[in-house]
Design a protein around this ligand. Structure first.
Ligand code: ATP
Length: 238
């Protein structure tokens, strides 16, 4: 579904990604893990058209989409939920969700706005309870659910998620990862960037390890999790 081929990208003339290649197959959860500054967010931004690729190509559903606008990619069914969440703090939960419906008419699942709201509220009941509360007053975990929920309102087939567990209490991290499994069962493909290595590799069909802008390891989630190098560098050497 998503193919990244030899992609290089960066900022101010300095490359952060060096010829990165990876694949995300339809129906899978694929993780990208790596230390701080490895270039994980930079890769997501390049895939979703926020940052230009300087070299290489990106394919979505076998179509070349390198450097296409974020808006056109959302319409094709690719949605990026960024690390910083970008919610509108003064607007209500429901208003934030409504803002995600702009590009809902892609071909994956023909859902009307009401059905999308129900889908998101079934997944995250707390958002229904708090639908008229201002987004800025939600807890960190609730804000993360809202950011994912808003992404879902555009009816994506591929969800790019940047650190959904960042700054969230462990109990809510579990809840969010359970929701990702449920979304995946619904047929949504997930490309997940995480620093929470053990939990993300545990739920992933495939995984890639990025180090200094290069893919240094790949395999099934379990293979990468059980690799001695992963254990030592990313999990503190158990
Ligand atoms: P983290 O896990 O800490 O979020 P990451 O793997 O997602 O890290 P990136 O955020 O992609 O890493 O950053 C990779 C490198 O690019 C870092 O050295 C960072 O300082 C640099 N970088 C990121 N954003 C910018 C920017 N807007 N301008 C210049 N350099 C940037």
């Amino acid at each position: 579904m998503l193919k990244v081929k030899n992609v290089s990208a960066g900022y101010d003339g300095i490359d952060v990604l060096h010829e990165v290649s990876l694949n995300v197959n339809e129906g899978e959860i694929v993780s990208l893990v790596g230390l701080n500054g490895a270039g994980k967010s930079t890769l997501l931004k390049t895939i979703s058209g926020i940052l230009p690729a300087k070299k290489g190509d990106i394919y979505f559903d076998d179509q070349k989409v390198t450097n296409h606008s974020t808006d056109s990619l959302v319409k094709k069914g690719m949605v990026h939920v960024p690390e910083s969440r970008f919610l509108f703090p003064a607007l209500s939960v429901k208003e934030n969700l409504l803002l995600g419906t702009a590009a809902k008419d892609n071909k994956f699942r023909k859902l009307k706005s009401d059905e999308l709201f129900n889908f998101v509220f079934d997944l995250f009941p707390v958002l229904k309870e708090r639908s008229s509360q201002r987004a800025g007053t939600l807890s960190g975990g609730e804000q993360q659910m809202l950011a994912i929920g808003r992404g879902l309102m555009s009816n994506p087939k591929l969800l790019l998620l940047d650190e959904p567990s960042l700054g969230i209490a462990p109990i809510l991290v579990e809840k969010i990862f359970e929701s990702l499994l449920m979304l995946n069962k619904e047929g949504i493909t997930i490309f997940l960037v995480e620093q929470n290595v053990s939990i993300s590799l545990d739920i992933s069909h495939h995984a890639y390890v990025l180090d200094l802008g290069k893919v240094i390891m790949s395999g099934t989630g379990k293979e990468v999790l059980n690799n001695p190098q992963t254990q030592e560098v990313y999990l503190g050497g158990f």
